[in-house]
Design a binder for this molecule. Structure first.
Ligand code: NAD
Length: 535
């Protein structure tokens, strides 16, 4: 069988002073000029009269461009384009489809790297490092590893009794796929439409209005790599209007979604309501919110713990579904940990990520700034909550929020339960003798179950926590921060309110985008209708 090359994770470039990647990213940032982003339907750039302007989250004055918005007519065209492109694309061999995406990975690893990284830095306020691990490395990994996992799926064949040949054929789903993507990862934005496409499906892709520039770059990259017209059709515009029209099509065959839990639930409900009009049972894959924990055992190393809280909680302004946002610390470790955290957080610089000395940029939007500010106010206004660090923000130049740490008396406080999606970490101190009770609270306090970490040097404590928290996280970390999953190494996804846990960048995810056909061929069919027992 023809197989894609065995993938390796894309090396993360350092952007240290004097490196070529630092100079190349700078050059890309300095030469960027505002763009008018089109829709991409059937391989064509479509412009409409309805436009939305957008600017950098860290600099309102920095106009990044405008985006054409789809109306009813364009959404209809996108649906038709996906339907038209389907037979030709589905008839290509797996190797031919994989080649397109492997070429995209190669371009992204080389000449397109800084174009996509710069779009992510400017449009989503990621630092050079955060953009690199997302829009370059993770997207390259998705593209290369998926090609490899698609081969693995095809390899899995049934057994055959003598005289028979049984085969399993991986067909795309019968219809088109709808991909709805979040703002916070360019890699996820690229993966949600491309993973089903790799398996022979055609796709309508609705990016986040807060990440349109990076989505546009990724679409240009796919086009440059030779993606045939109509395989992925990108439409920006009103989320509800687009979704209502797309989900009403009888050929809708699958949803590939990442975003908040509330939106996912509403999408599932709409699909259920529309069920009688579909020609098949649509597949629903959704990776959603998190309230990710770090649990420290009394045997934990305090410095390691502090680094995990700072990196896990504040990188990319806490806007990761996997961000460490609730922490459980034994009383014996708290005084030392508190001191280290106060000192460390005081050193964090927040500002324009084009200034490489900044550790944090801005949060994504005014709406997000307001939501996070309300949670900060909730903490500051509660006498049973102590603000250890931060607590403020400033939205004059950009949407900047201070890295914030709250210590709470009530382990069931709203701040310990709800996804804030900003640089706000909440922490509860438990009595050393009550580890078991604290583990129970980790498991039961929030409805989410995405990521979580345990810090301990005592092996038995690690074993106990891993057993006790078996269903509390789909990605469980031992002595590491709960963020930064790498494709091929830590397949990513969670359960409970955090999603369907189909593990992005794995064979398990790709299996959702195919509908296998079993073929039984009898090599020498019988000529007598009677069975021997009848003799
Ligand atoms: P969001 O829910 O605001 O938006 C996600 C997408 O849904 C966007 O494209 C948006 O335009 C669209 N959308 C919004 N309302 C809609 C509606 N009524 N109908 C149809 N589409 C609609 O989320 P976001 O702010 O872009 O991303 C942050 C969220 O995503 C967080 O909750 C985070 O935890 C989650 N997330 C989860 C994972 C994961 O793997 N579990 C990864 C990244 C982000």
């Amino acid at each position: 069988m023809i197989q894609a090359p065995v993938p390796h994770n894309e090396p993360v470039l350092s952007y240290a002073p004097g490196t070529p990647e630092r100079a190349a990213l700078r050059a890309e940032l300095e030469t960027y000029q505002a763009e008018a982003l089109p829709l991409w339907i059937s391989g064509e750039a479509i412009r409409t009269s309805q436009e939305l302007s957008f600017s950098s989250p860290h600099d309102h004055q920095r106009a990044l461009g405008t985006a054409s918005l789809a109306g009813e007519a364009e959404i209809g065209q996108a649906i038709e384009a996906a339907k038209r492109a389907k037979p030709g694309w589905a008839a290509l061999s797996q190797a031919d489809r994989a080649s397109v995406f492997l070429r995209a990975a190669e371009l992204l690893s080389g000449p397109w790297r800084q174009k996509v990284n710069a779009a992510t830095l400017l449009g989503q306020s990621k630092t050079a490092h955060q953009a690199e691990i997302d829009s370059a490395c993770e997207l390259i990994d998705f593209l290369r590893f998926n090609a490899h996992y698609a081969d693995k799926l095809a390899e899995d064949q049934p057994t055959s009794d003598p005289g028979l040949w049984n085969r399993l054929e991986q067909r795309p789903l019968d219809g088109f796929i709808y991909a709805i993507t979040p703002f916070n990862f360019t890699a996820i934005a690229g993966n949600l439409p491309s993973a089903p496409a790799l398996m022979g499906n055609t796709v309508i892709w609705k990016p986040s209005p807060n990440a349109m520039l990076a989505a546009h770059r990724v679409m240009q990259l796919f086009n440059e790599a030779g993606l045939p017209p109509g395989v992925i059709n990108l439409v920006n515009g009103d989320a509800v209007a687009i979704t209502t029209q797309v989900l009403a099509a009888p050929e809708f065959a699958g949803l590939h979604y990442t975003g908040s839990t509330a939106v996912f639930r509403s999408l599932w409900a709409q699909i259920a309501t529309n069920l009688p009009q579909y020609q098949s049972y649509p597949r629903i894959v959704g990776e959603t919110g998190g309230k990710d924990f770090i649990f420290a055992h009394p045997s934990a190393d305090v410095r390691q713990l502090a680094v995990a809280i700072v990196r896990g909680g504040y990188e990319f302004q806490g806007q990761k579904c996997s961000a460490a946002s609730r922490v459980y610390v034994p009383r014996s470790l708290w005084p030392e940990l508190k001191q280290i955290l106060e000192e460390t957080i005081a050193q964090i610089k927040v500002g324009d990520p084009a200034d490489f000395s900044n550790f944090m940029g801005a949060v994504i939007s005014a709406q997000s700034f307001e939501k996070i500010s309300k949670y900060q106010a909730l903490g500051k206004g509660d006498p049973k909550v102590r603000c250890v660090a931060g607590g403020g923000g400033n939205r004059e130049v950009g949407y900047f929020v201070e890295p914030t740490l709250f210590e709470l008396d009530d382990p069931k406080h709203r701040l310990m339960q709800e996804e804030i999606f900003g640089p706000v970490v909440t922490l509860w101190v438990y009595e050393d003798a009550r580890v078991d009770e604290a583990l129970g609270l980790v498991d039961s306090t929030s409805g989410y179950a995405l990521t979580g970490a345990v810090f301990a040097r005592d092996r038995q404590a690690i074993v106990d926590a891993a057993r006790r928290l078996r269903f509390a996280a789909g990605n469980f970390y031992i002595n590491d921060k709960p963020t930064g999953a790498v494709v091929g190494q830590q397949p990513f996804g969670g359960s409970r309110l955090s999603g369907t846990n189909d593990k992005a960048g794995s064979a398990q995810n790709l299996a959702r985008w195919v509908s296998p056909r079993t073929v039984k061929e009898t090599l020498n069919p019988p000529l007598d209708w009677r069975y021997p027992y009848m003799g």
